[in-house]
Design a protein around this ligand. Sequence first.
Ligand code: MG
Length: 411
Amino acid sequence: MQAAVVKFIAMPLPVTIQDVRVVLTQPGKSRLAIVKVSTSEPGLYGLGCATFTQRIFAVATAIERHLKPFLLGRDVDRIEEIWSMSMVHGYWRNGPVLNNAISGVDQALGDIKGKRAGMSVCDLLGGKSREAAHVYVHANAECKEEVAENVQAYMARGFRYIRVQMGGYGGKGSPMVKPKKAPDGAYFDPRDYCRRMLDMIAYVREQVGEAVELLHDVHERLVPIHAVEFAKDVEQFKLFFLEDALAPEDIHWFRMIRGQCATPLAMGELFNNPHEWQMLIQERLIDFIRMHISQMGGITPARNVAIFADMYGIRTAWHGPSDTSPVGHAANLQLDLWLPNFGVQEWYQPSELDYAIFPGLPVVEDGYLYPNDEPGLGIDIDEALAAKYPPRDLVEDWTQTRLPDGSPARP
Ligand code: MG
């Protein structure tokens, strides 16, 4: 009888996290935070978006002083475990600073896994449902005639989904009514806003007809009962969706809107906590989830909520203005290509400098956002060029609007 031969099979060592760095840059108006995770495999790294532009330095500190020591040496493949442990490891959770920090790492690990597999993140998620994503762009002007002209110019360039705004959020055209001694600045009159926006949307619809999808963002500025009234009044103009009709604090009022009109509703860019979207989805009170992927913690939670929403017939419209970094836009697109319930993608039209700093940043053609089919997120960063545009210190003023009595309005 032959003696048993014990075979030793050499198991490959896991690829581990060797460094976590934050790249801060400001090539345009928004300050951006990109996380770069380097690994034990020479030359292998991943990028993720951690852009909470208004509090960018707090996010950078959270990553470099708190997450990095916890992450060094961990197996890059264990994305799920790392996400869950990162969320509870600081004990206090679900805030915008830490969610963004965790997102930077989560997206970078997805990028690394895709590069290791030679597959896009979309392929890792399940593969393409579509070749490209419909995008919507912003037509904003100071008067309704100019808004309509901008819409027509976008239509001529092939865009089919266009958000119409007049005078910025809340409208800067409101008559300046304020008490003596109240500071100067942007003032917002809710009733005046409702009247002027309805007039603008009616005018634009009349000018451009039904062949284009129009969207409008209330930016949560109305008190709930005015939001109910506005959603009813705007129903006749058949918006693709009305966004942020209510503030996150008032989401139970969506039942009132839902009960009274069929205006499609989009909500979610300010959400931090799963409790904010669970009820809206389960009760079918909205039509589009609008979360900002880095704000909710990255691709891992976005994947989960998107599939949850799909079970209730609710589609996605991930937040995507210029304060989502190009890396964040690349992550949005990977989700958009895969999701069975993708709706539309917000798009900000990057500058040439954005394309130079972020090689691989997706491109739009005829209103569709196309991927480049590179592995991972398909995007890179030229750090030397990014360093020439460091983030500037600034005090945001668009978030400092006031009501006609001088008290703060919601931005
Ligand atoms: Mg919005």
